[in-house]
Design a protein around this ligand. Sequence first.
Ligand code: ZN
Length: 144
Amino acid sequence: MYYVEESHPAIIDKEMHTAVQLEMERRRAFAEKYNISKLDYATVDNPFAGRVICGHCGSPFGRKVWNSTDERLRRVVWRCNKKYEVKGKKSCENKHINDKVLYQAFVNTFNAMVENKEYFIEKWKKELKSENVLVRYKAKQFMV
Ligand SMILES: [Zn+2]
């Protein structure tokens, strides 16, 4: 993507363009750091795709369905993608997370932010003055 100054009316402003460039770079660096070849994007059905990273080995967690002939035993879990990288051999010892536990942890964190919103509003106000365009842009989004 290129930014040509004043060639025609801008569709997005220069600050947003710079923020997009920085966000694309942040995501590329994140994918490289955690060895994610294809950065999954959150969907309504799978909002944590590519967002849960193993604390043991640094690989992303994947969403797996444990099927059972008994519907009551069917479970959705998140498991380190390296756990069974080599078939039949455990490559990572980290435990799985139940999908419901992960959702609850997110809700708890979100609620804690709402309960402490004065703290976060002060934090974002400071970030609105940041030298970093992406930090400023994200703070502005949180403030809305
Ligand atoms: Zn792992």
